[in-house]
Ligand binder design. Structure first.
Ligand code: CTP
Length: 402
């Protein structure tokens, strides 16, 4: 069994092209590699290969209808979109690529593509002239800029009798490429504890102090660590994100709740990623009733919260410690100072401020660790998370720490 694909949850989308006959072999090979597969077919796909065949090879009934009440009751389309670690559309016709590129969602498959956060891979198969058509090429470019993967097409003789680019890649190649995409297994068997999001510090029953953290970076790191084979515990402040399906998820509100949750679990973990933007202070006293306005000025007395990361750093057996430094100025020197002061193994420094870092989709970071420094180009938090996990895994395997 392929350890990288073991238990990976893959949605295979089949659209209407002659290469659909290869989809059955692709699904069979994915299952042999240990993946769990659900198949979604378009109506046109069924002209080329039967749902019964795809059901037999995947071991599950095929999904084909956006409005199928029975299927929705078993696993609704949004649930299926969340369930997937990757969606591979093989073959992908010019038509489905155009629809996805334009954000259309008028059937189950295209709806899933819009609704999923999984890796989305399109495996084109079509006549070579259609492939080379500038409209198709513009769609390919649009899909790539949305971080979708386009694998192939291969070049050779085509079902239509022409020779050129447009052949669907072979199933065995797709399985290899999919394994490579999940890369790693680099954190296989590791316990990873992650804090994410902001904390809320109550002022009265309806008001609190917080910050602009969205939790996106922490959640993306949780996803990537799971992808890399780790068992992940995600302790999250209040955010508007769906937790990764396979993380152990512990929601908290305040910094002190987060502190307690971390200290309860940290002794079992190998790596602690302290991504949360923890409030440094809480209100000395929380009003039991809503504070009504009266005087012109209102003074809140704030007390220091415990520093979670620094506390973990002092434990007799500590995990590999990764902190974040979100700074508006003097990024590197301040991050360096925090690395030293908090006795971290690694610190990830990012500039924050208007339109930067916290709350955004993209992030620009510099990573500092033992005499080393690496600046990453601006990229999506999802992509950055994969790179950071690869870097951390490399350090763990080399046994390097503070
Ligand atoms: N952190 C923590 N507990 C706190 C405050 C911060 O665990 N009470 C962690 C954060 O998760 C982050 C790192 O410490 O990984 C740095 O957080 P940051 O807010 O940048 O720094 P502070 O230590 O709070 O220092 P300052 O507010 O002076 O910049």
């Amino acid at each position: 069994m392929n350890p990288v694909l073991a238990n990976k949850q893959i949605v295979v989308g089949v659209t209407g092209g002659i290469a659909a006959y290869k989809s059955a072999d692709f699904v069979r090979r994915l299952r042999e590699a240990g993946a769990v597969v659900r198949v979604v077919m378009t109506d046109h796909a069924k002209a080329f290969i039967t749902p019964l065949t795809m059901q037999a090879v995947s071991g599950h009934p095929v999904y084909d209808d956006l409005f199928d009440l029975q299927a929705e009751a078993a696993m609704g389309h949004i649930e299926l979109a969340r369930w997937a670690d990757a969606m591979v559309i093989a073959p992908a016709t010019a038509d489905v690529m155009a629809k996805i590129a334009h954000g259309e969602a008028n059937d189950l498959l295209t709806t899933l593509c819009l609704a999923t956060r999984a890796k989305l891979i399109l495996v084109p198969a079509m006549n070579q002239v259609m492939w080379e058509n500038s409209l198709t090429q513009a769609n390919v470019q649009a899909l790539q800029t949305k971080h979708m993967y386009i694998w192939g097409p291969g070049t050779g003789s085509q079902a239509c009798g022409e020779v050129g680019p447009g052949r669907m890649l072979e199933p065995i190649t797709l399985v290899e490429q999919l394994s490579a995409l999940f890369m790693t297994g680099s954190l296989s068997g590791k316990q990873v504890l992650i804090t994410a999001g902001p904390t809320h510090e109550a002022i009265d029953p309806v008001r609190y102090i917080t910050n602009v953290s969205s939790g996106k970076m922490g959640y993306a790191l949780a996803e990537s660590a799971i992808e890399a084979g780790a068992h992940v515990t995600l302790i999250s402040g209040p955010v508007h994100l769906v937790p990764p399906v396979r993380a152990e998820y512990i929601p908290v509100i305040s910094a002190r709740q987060m502190y307690n949750a971390v200290l309860q679990r940290v002794k079992d973990c190998d790596i602690f990623l302290s991504v949360a933007a923890v409030s440094d202070y809480h209100c000395q006293s929380v009003a039991s009733q809503k504070i009504a306005k009266s005087a012109e000025q209102l003074t809140l007395v704030l007390e220091r919260n415990p520093d979670i990361l620094a506390t973990v750093a002092e434990l007799p057996t500590r995990p590999y410690l990764v902190g974040f430094a979100a700074e508006t100025d003097h990024l590197i020197s301040k991050a360096q100072a925090k690395w030293t002061k908090k006795k971290l193994d690694m610190i990830i420094a990012n500039e924050v401020g208007e339109q930067k870092g916290m709350g955004q989709e993209d992030n620009t970071v510099t990573v500092l660790w033992k005499n080393q420094q690496k600046a990453f180009a601006t990229m999506s938090k999802v992509k950055l998370a994969r790179e950071l996990i690869a870097l951390i895994a490399g350090e763990i395997h080399n046994g390097r720490s503070h």
